[in-house]
Design a protein around this ligand. Structure first.
Ligand SMILES: Cc1cc2nc3c(=O)[nH]c(=O)nc-3n(C[C@H](O)[C@H](O)[C@H](O)COP(=O)(O)O)c2cc1C
Length: 173
């Protein structure tokens, strides 16, 4: 086999090569939601990760300039809505790509509440209702740890992932 050796980049080129490396990491797409009524805000993320089962906890990394963060701090609760393949438009909307901000982002989709009052997407693959356990500021980002208070499971056949700068459907077709 004459496979080319993998390219190795020096640490001095770290930012660009790091971004290039992370484009190779396929991530599930979720919408993090918070607030009620006209204060609602939300953001599309790939940075959700399970943290522990005992207690049920997750972590999400949010840029400190994002408008959802003050809402999340005030309300002390948020939802993680794991998106299905049909949710590309919604993902763009909550990523600010349609120029829509704040509560207006919720004009599309059906939203309910479970325990904390955070908005949860009815047809998500799963919706996870959390209280804020802690928020750690780390340079440009805030590391938000959520305690899971309730879960609503969906049954969509395909999930939405993001890989190499674009959305991908994964699962049964
Ligand atoms: C697929 C995808 C994944 C994203 N993941 C994150 C993320 O994990 N953390 C983050 O801070 N922003 C992430 N963003 C960017 C935010 O969605 C975007 O900056 C959003 O507009 C911020 O909301 P704001 O305009 O109300 O501040 C992602 C965007 C896309 C399209």
């Amino acid at each position: 086999m004459n496979a080319r050796p993998p390219a190795i980049h020096p640490v001095s080129a770290a930012a660009d090569s790091f971004k290039a490396a992370m484009r190779q990491l396929a991530g599930g797409v979720s919408i993090v939601t918070s607030g009620q009524g006209e204060e609602r805000n939300g953001i599309t993320v790939t940075s959700v990760s399970s943290l522990s089962v005992e207690p049920p906890s997750l972590i999400v990394c949010i840029n400190r300039s994002c408008s959802v963060l003050p809402v999340l701090r005030d309300h002390g609760a948020f939802g993680v809505n794991i998106l299905a393949a049909g949710h590309r438009e919604l993902a763009d909307r909550f990523a600010g790509r349609h120029g829509v901000r704040g509560a207006e982002r919720y004009d599309v989709g059906d939203w309910i509440e479970l325990v904390t009052g955070a908005p949860l997407l009815v047809d998500a693959m799963a919706a996870i209702d959390c209280t804020v356990d802690s928020i750690m500021d780390w340079n440009s980002h805030a590391l938000v740890i959520g305690r899971v208070e309730a879960v609503r499971l969906g049954d969509g056949p395909q999930a939405l992932a993001y890989w190499r700068g674009d959305y991908r459907d994964i699962g049964e077709s």
